[in-house]
Design a protein around this ligand. Structure first.
Ligand code: ADP
Ligand code: MG
Length: 230
């Protein structure tokens, strides 16, 4: 079992990110331009070109959407919130997707959990990212489990566990870097966005994963973030 602490290195990431975004957007755009030129020069059936154009446009939209979430992670609306409710919302949102793949999402809460001073919309974004990753890593009949408990007097911990594909050493080393993805339609931004949000909550993110066995993401968030410097 490998363990690692994911840190959001916000400052270094910004420049890398801008370059990465430009690169990632340039490829689909070049391809779009080429196919439009082909259509201009040809008569007959354009269906196959049009479907490629559409999927490339979708990809651009997908990248921009995740990127916007990242840029929004600087403006915050902190309030006292029930994190269990945020998790319930998340499960409700992703349940159809899970059921379609015959994957179960389970939740387990400790009794009498305190309200947390946090940005509920942003925490929801974090949970969505992790649960989605769990679903995507799981095969038919898999299970994603969300466990929430008090870690100590000052903080709570939310674990998102799956018994899916797990990560080999190389994937494990690279997760959280902008645009690192092993998925054909992935953006490789989810973990980076999530670790940034967790950082803004003065929290920490730990990962444990074993190839072929599964993965456990552990999010620790302080109950009060009054002294937050953000
Ligand atoms: P994306 O989901 O778009 O690929 P993420 O930043 O969410 O981007 O994840 C980056 C990579 O980390 C994934 O492509 C995958 O290889 C790996 N990963 C993340 N979560 C899991 C998980 N629960 N199980 C196995 N691999 C994972
Ligand atoms: Mg993801």
């Amino acid at each position: 079992t490998e363990q690692k602490l994911l840190k959001a290195e916000t400052l270094n990431v910004v420049g890398e990110l801008a370059a990465g975004v430009a690169h990632e957007i340039r490829n689909p755009l070049t391809s779009l331009k080429g196919f439009v030129q082909l259509i201009q020069n040809q008569t007959g059936d354009y269906d196959q070109y049009l479907s490629i154009i559409l999927s490339e446009v979708d990809r651009i939209e997908h990248i921009i959407k995740e990127f916007l979430v990242l840029s929004k992670s600087n403006s915050q609306n902190f309030e006292l919130a029930n994190v269990g409710e945020i998790i319930q919302d998340t499960v409700q949102l992703l349940n159809t997707q899970a059921i379609m793949r015959n994957i179960e999402i389970l939740t387990e809460y400790e009794e009498d959990l305190p309200l947390i001073y946090c940005d509920p919309m942003q925490l929801k974004q974090v949970f969505i990212n992790f649960v989605k990753n769990g679903i995507e890593a799981s095969g038919v009949g898999g299970c994603v489990k969300i466990v929430m408990k008090k870690k100590n007097k000052e903080s709570i911990q939310i674990q998102i566990r799956d018994n899916g594909c797990g990560m080999d050493e190389e994937v494990f080393r690279n997760i959280g870097k902008p645009f690192y993805t092993t998925k054909e339609d992935g953006t490789g931004l989810g973990l980076m966005v999530s670790s940034n949000i967790i950082k803004h909550h003065n929290g920490r993110l730990d990962v444990q994963s074993e190839k072929g066995k599964g993965t456990n993401f552990m999010i620790t968030i302080p109950i009060h973030t009054e002294n937050s410097t953000v």
